[in-house]
Design a protein around this ligand. Structure first.
Ligand SMILES: [Zn+2]
Length: 267
């Protein structure tokens, strides 16, 4: 396990999926030299980069630890509309590292107890020596355009009224391009072409990497996949429904579509 931080660090302490934040108007995490100073104990801690020049640490807080005074454990999803992209990135990295540690106490091959490996982010089996690395699950997110309209859809788990671009996990043996064509076909029954890379974003629910692409409509009628898509439709930039929070790549992709639409049709 790494040494304790030498300077005061920002602590991203997770109890399960919930982050320890200080009470106040906007979400902040405690600053201290040790995890004990913030009033909790930790099963695991790990440096996870820096934020505005301050070193940041992830800590795994066991379930039996109570909430320190003036603080609360909150679901990261509940605050992500209120935090900026840099904070979300560090909190997401910390959440993924803690979640990985919490789910790899035992070796998946032989059932032996694992321990943190020295020199890299891995858990090593004390019985068979197998190394267990944090898992990252690639997923594609694709923005489909048909002339001056964008395809937006609603999944059953979305907040009320919200619609977004399509997304789905890459399956074993599949290229990202194949995933895009398969997901769009499965979820809404249409074909796309002219794939273009947009950007990517780690998405810590629980360990995705969202890989963003743009695409053009190439044919077919929208047929929402039962159980997966509640409804899907074409939207103009001046008539959009409720959208995902600013911090998400989905929203950045939709905002870019809106900006492009304005450039095409000056008002
Ligand atoms: Zn083992």
């Amino acid at each position: 396990m790494p040494e304790r931080p030498t300077d005061e660090a920002l602590w991203f302490a997770f109890q399960g999926d919930r982050l320890l934040v200080l009470e106040g108007d906007e979400p902040r995490v405690p600053r201290a030299s040790t995890v004990a100073e913030i009033g909790v104990e930790a099963l695991f801690r790990q440096p996870v980069g820096s934020l505005n020049g301050s070193p940041c640490w992830a800590a795994e807080v066991p379930e039996w630890v109570g909430v320190p005074p003036g603080a609360a454990f909150v679901d990261l999803r509940a605050i992500f509309a209120a935090v900026d992209e840099e904070f979300f990135a560090v909190a997401g990295r910390a959440k993924q590292v803690v979640n990985w540690h919490a789910t790899h106490r035992f070796c998946g091959k032989c059932g032996g107890v694992t321990e943190p490996a020295s020199g890299e982010l891995a858990m090593r089996c004390t019985r068979c020596g197998m190394m267990h690395y944090p898992r990252v699950s690639p997923a594609v997110i694709v923005r489909v355009r048909r002339e001056d309209e964008i395809l937006l859809a609603r999944s059953p788990g979305f907040p009320k009224g919200m619609r977004s671009v399509l997304a789905g996990f890459v399956e074993p043996g599949e290229s990202i391009e194949e995933t895009i064509h398969r997901e769009v076909r499965e979820e809404v029954g249409i074909e796309v072409e002219n794939l273009g890379y947009f950007g990517s974003q780690p998405w810590p629910f629980p360990n995705s990497l969202m890989i963003g692409f743009t695409a053009d409509y190439a044919g077919g009628e929208i047929r929402p996949e039962p159980g997966e898509i509640e409804d899907a439709g074409w939207y103009r930039a001046d008539d959009l429904p409720q959208l995902p929070p600013k911090v998400s790549i989905a929203r950045r992709m939709i905002d870019a579509f809106t900006a492009e639409a304005r450039m095409r049709r000056p008002r």
